[in-house]
Design a protein around this ligand. Structure first.
Ligand SMILES: C[S@@+](CC[C@H](N)C(=O)[O-])C[C@H]1O[C@@H](n2cnc3c(N)ncnc32)[C@H](O)[C@@H]1O
Length: 298
C-alpha cells in the first residue's frame, strides 16, 4: 500500500508496528526531496506541541524541501518560521515562492509543454535569472532520478509505467502547492545561508524550536550538492542551544558516538517503506517528555 509507512518502536512510547498513515500528512512541498521528512511529521507535530501552545519561532536550518516548515505554518504549530538553505538552486525556489514571482512560477509550470527538447532549451538557457533558476530546479527535481539535483544525476528513462520524464511531473498539483503557500508566507522567512551561522546566532534564544535535519554521513554525498558538513561541530552547537531542538540522523556508530560525547539524549525510530529497506533514524532532543504521548489520533 503506497500511502503507508511503518514506524517501529525502539524508544518507549510509540507502539511497535504503529502504522502511520502518510495520507494524514498533506504533501505541501513543491519538492520531492531525497531524505524528505514527511514520514516524521506525526512525531514533529508532537514535538512542536510539547508546551501546549504554538511555538513562537521554528527554525529549520537545513530546509531542503521544507516539509516541516510548511506543515508548521499550515497547521499553526508555530507563529513564525525561518527556513535556511545554502544550495543556490533550492534557495532560488524558496525565494521566488516566498518573496518573489510565485504566481509566475506556478503558471510557468502549469503551461510548460514537457518534451525533451523543451527541457533542454530551459536547462541550457544562458544568463538565467532567479525565476529561471527556480523553474529549472523544480523541473530537474521532477524529471531527474530520485529528485536528485546533485552533479551526476540525470533524467528518468523509463519511470513509472514507462512514462519517462513525465512520470513525476504533476503540473496542476505543483501549481496548487505553490499558490497555497501564499496563504502562510507572511509568517515565513527564508535565508539563503549557512545553517551553522544561524544556529550560532540563535544559540541563546530560549523560545526557539530548531528542527535540524542535516545531510547524513552515509547517503549525503550522493544526494546533495552541499553534503560535506562538520558533524562534530553541529553536535557541539546543538549541545549549546538554549531553545528546544530535534536533530535527526541516520543510526550509525559515528553518530551514536557523537551523541554520547556531547551528552545528548536520543531515541531511535526504525522506519520501513514499501519501496525501501528498513532504515534506522536517530532523533536527538533536549528532552523527551513529548515523546511519551501516543502518536495515534493526531
Ligand atoms: C537532509 S536535507 C533536508 C531535508 C528536509 N528536512 C526535507 O524534509 O526536505 C539537508 C539539506 O541541507 C542543505 N545544506 C547542506 N549544508 C548546509 C549548510 N551548511 N547550511 C544550510 N543548508 C545546508 C542541503 O543542501 C540539503 O538540502
Amino acid at each position: 500500500m503506497k500511502s503507508q509507512l511503518t514506524i517501529f518502536e525502539v524508544g518507549n512510547s510509540i507502539p511497535a508496528n504503529t502504522i502511520v498513515n502518510v495520507a494524514s500528512v498533506p504533501q505541501r512541498s513543491p519538492f520531492r526531496y531525497p531524505g524528505g521528512k514527511t514520514w516524521l511529521i506525526p512525531i514533529v507535530r508532537q514535538w512542536l506541541k510539547q508546551n501546549g501552545t504554538q511555538a513562537n519561532l521554528l527554525i529549520e536550518p537545513f530546509a531542503g524541501g521544507g516539509i516541516v516548515s510548511l506543515t508548521a505554518a499550515f497547521e499553526k504549530l508555530a507563529s513564525h518560521i525561518t527556513m535556511v538553505e545554502m544550495d543556490e538552486e533550492i534557495a532560488a525556489v524558496w525565494e521566488v515562492i516566498l518573496t518573489g514571482k510565485n504566481k509566475w512560477l506556478a503558471e510557468k509550470i502549469l503551461k510548460f509543454d514537457l518534451t525533451h527538447e523543451n527541457v533542454k532549451k530551459e536547462l541550457d538557457k544562458p544568463n538565467k535569472n532567479i525565476n529561471d533558476i527556480a523553474f529549472c530546479t523544480i523541473l530537474k527535481n521532477r524529471i531527474f532520478h530520485g529528485g536528485i539535483l546533485a552533479k551526476g544525476s540525470g533524467m528518468i528513462k523509463n519511470g513509472e509505467n514507462g512514462k519517462g520524464i513525465s512520470s513525476r511531473w504533476y503540473p496542476q498539483t505543483l501549481h496548487d502547492r505553490i499558490v497555497a503557500i501564499d496563504f502562510v508566507k507572511n509568517k515565513m522567512d527564508f535565508i539563503k545561508g549557512d545553517a551553522f551561522e544561524i544556529l550560532a546566532e540563535y544559540i541563546d534564544n530560549k523560545s526557539a524550536y530548531f528542527f535540524i535535519d542535516p545531510p547524513y554521513t552515509v547517503a549525503g554525498k550522493r544526494l546533495y550538492t552541499h553534503f560535506d558538513i562538520d558533524h562534530e561541530k553541529l553536535f557541539y552547537l546543538t549541545s549549546k542551544l538554549k531553545g528546544k531542538y530535534m536533530l535527526t540522523y541516520d543510526d550509525t556508530s559515528e553518530i551514536r558516538h557523537l551523541a554520547y560525547k556531547y551528552n545528548l539524549d536520543f531515541r531511535t525510530t526504525p522506519m520501513k517503506t514499501t519501496h525501501h529497506l528498513e532504515k534506522h533514524e536517530i532523533i536527538i532532543s533536549d528532552n523527551f517528555n513529548w515523546w511519551t504521548q501516543s502518536i495515534d489520533g493526531q
